[in-house]
Design a binder for this molecule. Structure first.
Ligand code: GTP
Length: 442
């Protein structure tokens, strides 16, 4: 349809975004053949998006087809009646939609938010609060060496077969097919075991664009029949959000932090303990500039009422199509910032605690602006527990986690995500902290 508009010399996106305005501007100069072609396009588009549940939007496309039909010499009474019928059905379905079209489907929540905003902290809270429920988790991590599996605490609730890790690419780009396969596997397993799932949580990487993830729910029949997107919940780090919203990106590269806020059905404005009231108001104002009607809650440690984020039936395809006409296009066109990468180390052996603290302390002080995220689960000499180190820019914390088993091999995993990382420098620094050299695991 965009090609049709272009051929008329219209470079705007009104043909999709605002069909009535487009027709008003162009209909007088269309030939009968062109009117017919465009009428068919609007009708077919209406049929497609009706099938996907965007009824309000479909009604608009049908109305555009109707308007063209009335103007076309080839229009017949039968066609006119048919399109009227489709408009009425789409409008009724739109009204009915809110009342239970998702019955018998498994709700899926997409947890998104920039690196270190508090997604895993929230996931752990969900798994704790829903102890006993069958919540499956799909975990996608950007880091070169995966750490998040060690940070999810709810394994008794989200039984192991119900946790799927996707660490070989970004969920919004390369692993879309894996995401569909993962969702199918979860549903088939639950059918086989006769134990229905109560919900699925997808934790995206902090660098994911949520749009292609949401699009997955409209791209596959099996997924569409068995699951529905309940909502996109975006965590926002009150201290660092504005830094990321304002980050200058190279031409054509998208700002993931902006996309994550724009697509949110709920915003959890987290880390309120790190900023004062005036800063919080400013962050909230910036969020509203991107996503005016979104519901926002302020939290620390991602502590939120579950009713605010789960079972909300908040995702609305009509709303998304108003914002992004190309949402249902096959390939979502987006490009990540190539300056942002990850460096990870996985070694057998232990680190010396003091050396590690000194090195990381100095590194974060010097490079904290560009080091978006640092995470490690490490074996420390003389410590019987795993040692977890986390940082978001310069803000860091560390704590002992569960004990190493007596016969368990002691290993260290450390991962950095940031802009313009210097692998050699990071590797050299890390090696100096290792006791007896350690050796790298491939
Ligand atoms: N001060 C403070 N720290 C928090 C809060 N919520 C989470 N954190 C800490 O922030 C760090 C990042 O939290 P995560 O839950 O791992 O964040 P994430 O969004 O899952 O991080 P990535 O998966 O790496 O993108 C951890 O060290 C948390 O303990 C909060 O409200 N205040």
């Amino acid at each position: 349809m965009e090609a049709f508009a272009k051929a008329l010399g219209d470079e705007t996106d009104q043909v999709l975004r605002d069909p009535m305005a487009f027709l008003e501007a162009h209909v007088a100069k269309l030939s009968g053949e062109q009117k017919d072609a465009l009428r068919t396009m609007y009708e077919v588009r209406g049929d497609i998006i009706t099938g996907l549940g965007a009824n309000k939007r479909a009604a608009l496309d049908y109305k555009s087809a109707e308007m063209l039909g009335a103007q076309s010499s080839a229009a017949s009474e039968k066609l006119g009646a048919q399109i009227k019928d489709k408009i009425a059905k789409a409008e009724t379905a739109g009204k009915e939609q809110a009342k239970g079209s998702n019955k018998d489907k498994v709700p899926v929540t997409v947890l998104t938010g920039f690196l270190g905003s508090g997604k895993t902290t929230l996931l752990n809270q969900i798994l704790k609060e829903f102890h006993g429920k069958r919540i499956a988790v799909i975990e996608n991590e950007f880091g070169e060496v995966g750490i998040d599996d060690s940070l999810i605490e709810g394994s008794s609730m989200a039984m192991e077969e119900n946790i799927i890790e996707m660490n070989n690419g970004c969920i919004c780009c390369t692993v879309r097919g894996d995401l569909i396969a993962g969702l199918k596997k979860l549903i088939k397993n639950s059918m086989k075991s006769g134990k229905a799932l109560d919900g699925v949580i997808i934790e995206t990487t902090g660098l994911a664009d949520p749009a292609p993830v949401a699009q997955t729910f409209f791209a596959d029949d099996f997924v569409q029949q068995n699951l529905y997107l309940d909502g996109i919940v975006t965590l926002v780090d009150a201290k660092h959000l504005i830094l990321h919203l304002d980050e200058e990106k190279p031409e054509g590269v998208e700002n993931e932090a902006v996309e994550q806020v724009a697509f949110a059905d709920r915003i959890i404005l987290n880390k309120c303990d790190l900023v004062d009231a005036a800063q919080l108001d400013e962050v909230e104002k910036r969020v509203r500039m991107i996503n005016e009607p979104v519901k926002i809650v302020r939290t620390t440690q991602s502590k939120v009422d579950m009713d605010f984020i789960l079972g909300i039936e908040a995702f609305n395809l009509d709303k998304i199509l108003d914002m992004d006409d190309g949402f249902l296009a096959d390939e979502q066109d987006h490009q990540h910032d190539e300056r942002v990468s990850s460096c990870g180390f996985h070694v057998k052996g232990e680190v010396a605690h003091q050396k590690l603290n000194e090195w990381l302390g100095a590194l974060l002080k010097e490079k904290g602006q560009d080091l978006f995220r640092t995470k490690g689960v490490l074996a420390v000499q003389g410590m019987k527990q795993r040692f977890v180190f986390q940082a978001v820019h310069m803000a860091c914390n560390s704590a002992p986690q569960k004990d190493w088993e007596a016969d368990e091999e002691r290993i260290c995993k450390l991962t950095f995500i940031g802009k313009n990382l210097n692998r050699k420098e990071l590797e050299d620094g890390f090696k100096k902290c290792l006791v007896n050299g350690g050796y790298t695991v491939n």
